[in-house]
Write a protein that binds this ligand. Structure first.
Ligand code: DAH
Length: 355
């Protein structure tokens, strides 16, 4: 018998006997490894006398195929046997009690940011972000707040260096500048995020949340600002009517500037928004100052518009009946369990972005 036939006979019988996967792998290497028996025969083809070479090569190929097929089916056979054995052994005891687990809750502030973002996106605002660690220029100077302006003290800023060049942003307004410098007008954006001031009591925390709004186009006026805020407040508090008043105010980055109060009353110990004769301040706004537009490379003779800044935490407190702001940031799981939102069981009015 020729060499290759001998190899074939020997390995066919090995593969047909009861072997495990490591033995199959060994056979593979013996035959088809770099210096394997079959691989070496292929190298020999050239030295076979010409008259027999063709037949030799054809035989060799068919032996190679036969052995390879057998190896593959052996591997399959072994794997199937292993799975069957596992299935037979591993019995699931369905009478065991379930494992307990703690389900996370969505923080009321995250929920509120989602709701705000979704209301504004429905009326054409897109969402921007800016860094928490800001530089003095974007936070103050570009917003028409010069070096000696009292607002810089008023803000009780957390400066991060001695030269007062880097700081934790005191408001989300710097995102206005960043957005305008990045793209060309028109702009219609909101920018929710964290803001920081050195302040702490029942209604102030050193870290809190704001959402900035900016709408710049050729002919945007204060009427648009009023309409937009009115729509937002009604949607957010889910009421048909809202009492709202614009009080003249001052911000360096808007002219004219206003603060907005909404009407409320206390009924059965609860705040009811949209009724009554009490007023609650919820945001600052105004028409963007031409100097701000100039600083952001927008031509104030061609473009104008409004901006606003809303305190998110305050809105969340009002909507969800939470009366101490500090609880938001204490990370007390019991509190979160009570006030948080179930990720899979969102309120019917929930219109979060994740849907
Ligand atoms: N940045 C102001 C603050 O934190 C709020 C504000 C007022 C934002 C008027 C605005 C605005 O965009 O136009 O007190």
């Amino acid at each position: 018998m020729s060499d290759i036939k001998k190899i074939k006979e020997e390995y066919l019988s090995k593969l047909k006997s009861k072997i495990d996967i490591s033995q199959v792998n060994q056979i593979k290497t013996d035959l088809f490894g770099k210096n394997g028996l079959i691989s070496s025969q292929f190298k020999n083809i050239g030295s076979v006398v010409e008259a027999e070479r063709k037949k030799f090569a054809a035989d060799l190929n068919s032996i190679k195929d036969e052995l390879q097929d057998l190896i593959n089916s052996k591997v399959n056979e072994i794997e199937t046997a292993e799975i069957n054995e596992k299935l037979a052994k591993e019995i699931v005891d369905i009478t065991l009690p379930e494992r307990s687990f703690v389900q996370g809750k969505i923080h009321p502030v995250s929920q509120t940011i989602d709701e705000i973002s979704s209301i504004f996106s429905e009326i054409g605002f897109s969402i921007e972000e800016g860094p928490d660690v800001e530089n003095e220029y974007y936070n103050f100077t570009a917003l028409n707040t010069p070096d000696n302006h009292p607002a810089r003290d008023m803000h009780d800023t957390f400066y991060l260096d001695e030269n007062k060049e880097t700081l934790l942003r005191t408001h989300t307004s710097p995102v206005q500048i960043r957005t305008m410098l990045k793209e060309k007008p028109p702009f219609k954006i909101i920018a929710p995020g964290r803001t920081y001031r050195s302040d702490s009591d029942q209604t102030h925390a050193p870290m809190f949340h704001q959402v900035e709004g900016l709408h710049i186009d050729k002919d945007i006026n204060m009427g648009h600002l009023k309409g937009c805020l009115n729509y937002f407040i009604k949607e957010f508090f889910e009421v048909d009517k809202i009492k709202m008043r614009f009080r003249p105010s001052h911000f360096p980055f808007t002219e004219p500037s206003a603060e907005v109060d909404i009407g409320y009353e206390i009924k059965d110990g609860k705040i009811v928004i949209g009724e009554g004769d009490k007023w609650l301040e919820i945001l600052g706004c105004g028409m963007v100052h031409p100097n701000v537009l100039k600083n952001a490379k927008v031509d104030p003779l061609n473009f104008q518009g409004y901006a606003f800044g809303i305190g998110i935490d305050r809105l969340a407190m009002l909507k969800y009946g939470i009366n101490d702001l500090r609880a938001f940031f204490e990370c007390d799981y019991r509190w979160l369990n009570h006030y948080g939102f179930d990720p899979l069981d969102v309120p019917t009015n929930y219109r979060g972005l994740s849907r």
